[in-house]
Design a protein. Structure first.
Length: 149
């Protein structure tokens, strides 16, 4: 399941809803990413995430489907927020659930790596000096490359 939204999410509620009494699930992995107050040594007062509706959902669905092809998942959830957020606010939630923990861990790691490099979001960081668009990081590309086939 994919959701792009401006409003905050509740991790506990989302986890409970995803599992929904499915007793085939033996392992669930949760990743939540938050806005930090520092980026490359600079303070961050806020971050604004932008996207192209329609294109972004399609890209996230393709990423999720790739995870479903690679691992025996019972369920998965990707929630990505857009709009303006301040340090400490959650940006992204990825939950994977599988009969066995290893598949859940690997699929979650894969999803977050590919979201960082293949999902069409643009981040604008604000600080005391103004604002700047966040550039792609080679370390994120390197992390995602391990999943190449």
């Amino acid at each position: 399941m994919i959701r792009i939204q401006e409003q905050p999410f509740d991790i506990g509620d989302e986890l409970k809803s995803l599992r929904g009494g499915n007793h085939a699930i033996g392992g669930t992995v949760v990743f939540a990413g938050s806005v930090r107050d520092l980026s490359d040594g600079q303070s961050v007062s806020a971050m604004t995430l932008e996207h192209y509706p329609g294109m972004t959902e399609k890209a996230l669905e393709e990423i999720e489907q790739e995870a479903m092809r690679r691992w025996p998942l019972e369920a998965s959830l990707i929630i990505h927020r857009v709009g303006r957020m301040e340090p400490g606010e959650d940006i992204v939630l990825v939950i994977t659930a599988s009969p066995h923990r290893e598949a859940a861990f690997e699929a979650c790691h894969f999803l977050i790596d590919w979201l960082k490099t293949r999902a069409p979001f643009w981040k604008l960081e604000e600080n005391a000096q103004g604002s700047a668009w966040v550039e792609a990081k080679a370390s994120d590309d390197e992390a995602a490359s391990r999943w190449a086939r």
